[in-house]
Design a protein around this ligand. Sequence first.
Ligand SMILES: [Mg+2]
Length: 415
Amino acid sequence: MNYGYSNRVILHCDLNNFFASVEAYHNPDLNNYPTAVCGSVDDRHGIVLAKNEKAKKYGVKTAEAIWQAKQKCPDLVCVPPHYDEYVKFSKAVRQIYYDYTDMVEPFGMDECWLDVTGSTMLFGSGEEIAHTIRKRVKEEIGLTISVGVSFNKVFAKLGSDLKKPDAVTVLSQENFKEKIWHLPANSLIGIGPSTARALERIGLRTIGEVASCKPKTLELEFGKCGLDLWRNTNGFDCSPVVDVSEQPMAKSYSKGLTPPKNLTNDGEINALFVSLAESIAHSMRQDGVMARVVTISIRDENLITIDRQKRLENPTRLIERLVGTAMELFRENWSWNKEVRSISIRVSDFVRENEFCQYSLFTDNAKEDKLEKLQKQVDDIRGKYGKNSIVRASAMNTVKHEEDKEVYNSFHPKF
Ligand SMILES: [Mg+2]
């Protein structure tokens, strides 16, 4: 079998305790205390987004509720996140990566894969390049990274987990079996808790056990993903490092509507915002972006227009948050002494989803994650069966008005 790609040199660079380290960069005192960066500190739903080494020793975990973390570590110092700072540091670190290759693929704000296959003649072996980058990030940026060096992305990623902080781990064709095959299967990217449980049911616990299993057996058990499991554990992953930063990104999306009759109450406005937001969110999902600014335009019966905008603390493309923000702006700026002729929503200031894949951690994570998945499924169904195959209950009247099509189904998730 020819798996090609096996001579690649791939690095996975992971900033250590990224958010917490940026906070400590600005306020070195934090290094003396167990510290966690927490979403919505005052809110009982607040969760831990990141923690420093001291907090880790108390067993504080990312994504757990603040109250749980404080039970383990009563003196935990909670600081709010500073998203703009993280973006700034993330970009600065990436600039260093670009000195060694133009094939840089971000994974979240703190991780990147680098394909340095073509750079080894100039800068030395993968391991040497890894150390050079590690030192530069420490000296020039003031943060530490751990780097995994391997011949595929999956192992490079695992390598960066094995030794931290401020360290380099090489997983080569020669040493990977000895170094990682004894580790639990779920240490590998792509093997989540449910896959790990399913693997355990057929007696496979370690990476090596999965790798030594017959591909046919894994395929029968897991379908096509079974073959991925076999390939990834054996080091045959050949997915390329994709440089996404070069792809152009739209500046904004907007969508407006002038209904057949003037609007006279909040309920009607809300229903229209829902259908506008659905269409905008769909475009954002297709383009893989999320927005940080929501603007609404309200045109009154005399055709006078006002624009109002709000900057979101965290980027989104969830219909619920877009509508919520639009309604908030509307209520703050409209007193109903006139009827409304038309409204529109615009979203702008985009971030790419793969640069912000921890976005759900910033808000009410599990719920938003579920909504995001649901909305993707709705997109798929609409792609197959037409735009009105699924319609939200709150937007049903509008859709009938607009397009006079039959509504087959109602869609009304409970929040
Ligand atoms: Mg990290």
